[in-house]
Design a protein around this ligand. Sequence first.
Ligand code: PA5
Length: 455
Amino acid sequence: MKLDIRIDITRAKSAAVGADHGIRLGELRELEPRVAAAHEILRGERDDGKIGFWDLYRDDAVFKDISETARQFLAMKYENLVILGIGGSALGATALLTALKPPYYNLRSRGARKGRPRLFVMDNIDPTTFRAMLRLCPPKKTLYNVISKSGDTAETMSQLMVVVDLIERKLGVAAMKDHVVVTTNPRAPKVPASLLHPVADHYGLKSFTIPFNVGGRFSVFSPVGMFPAAVLGMDLDGFRAGCAAMDQRCATASLQENPAYLRAAVHYLADTGKGKRISVMMPYADALRAVADWYRQLWAESLGKRQSLDGQDVFAGQTPVNALGVTDQHSQIQLYREGPNDKIINVIEVRRFDQHARIPQSLTSIERLGYLRGSSLDKLLAAELRGTVDALKISQRPVVRIVLPCVNAHTVAQLLYMLEVETAMAGRLYNVNTFNQPGVEEGKRIARALMGAEG
Ligand code: PA5
């Protein structure tokens, strides 16, 4: 089966939804020189090692270390893997788990999980949830992977403090190295020192490194996402092949050939020229619902910037919204069709599900259900999707289709990699710093001050 994912912008064009709402080919053509210039800058930043997410999948040594470490820890037969992390340190693993492990994975027996642990991602500090997790995942049965690029995030560090204390009390200090793995910034002269380094040194913990030129939300193909994926038995080679395939497609500045740049251009034009201040990501597959969450952070935190690269106040950014087909047809589509025409809607379509669910010849006394009898849930889902995008077109709402032949490590990696490259290009078109998050840092600082931190 051909695994390439496909982008279809037909329904985002002016020919489909009118010139006020859709993109004219001329507008795309006018943008081409800017895309070409941005492509050169991005290539330069990649070649100079300034921006590192592009090349994470190529690092044989890191992938070898991840696989070997996962094997060692799996031998200890943990019941649970718990990630302590937030934002970019959590959303990637959640997206991968949701996409690639079976539904209700954590509820399956150990046998059905093929001896792999359950996964819990603690990306909040709600005390009720945290305590519930600790009851479900006691130290004896659990491997905790603490992930923080800065190694300084109060939420993650406080979670770690609770866990370390519990391990010390229940299992003793010597057991720490069997139950905690650290993923953080490298130790390097110009890199801010991570507070996780002294913790790792003190307890002799295994540490993975997030390259300094890779931001949290771009780190899914580093140990941040790949170590949990390896522990859960996901196909790391499939991820790497999917990244490589998309990297190759993104090597050109041509909007006809580069799906990430085409999407960046369409979204940028839709936002800045057609008043589409909102970008909806709506997968029609439960497996991809957390990819929409992951995209929401990537798009929001990367592009939502007050200042341009040349220091002007621009207040840039398109608000990302996540939705789920068909569920949100019964929640959001009324607004998307008849409310303000301020959205571009991305629909993710999966051509082949790994299960087929036939609708049997039941309830035969009810004549009106005849159209469903003998059909299947897959066919109904496809019809609902088609019906929704057709209805959106009638209301002149632009839609971009992302088509996955199936959901596997290869196609999911292509999708995530494409969205990362798209975001990097979009940042250049908006002329903002894609890779920082000053608006988040400020809040972190204030919270720390309120907690009585020095300085
Ligand atoms: O994308 C980002 O950089 C952020 O969302 C971070 O991932 C988030 O703030 C957590 O930071 P850290 O990994 O340093 O704990």
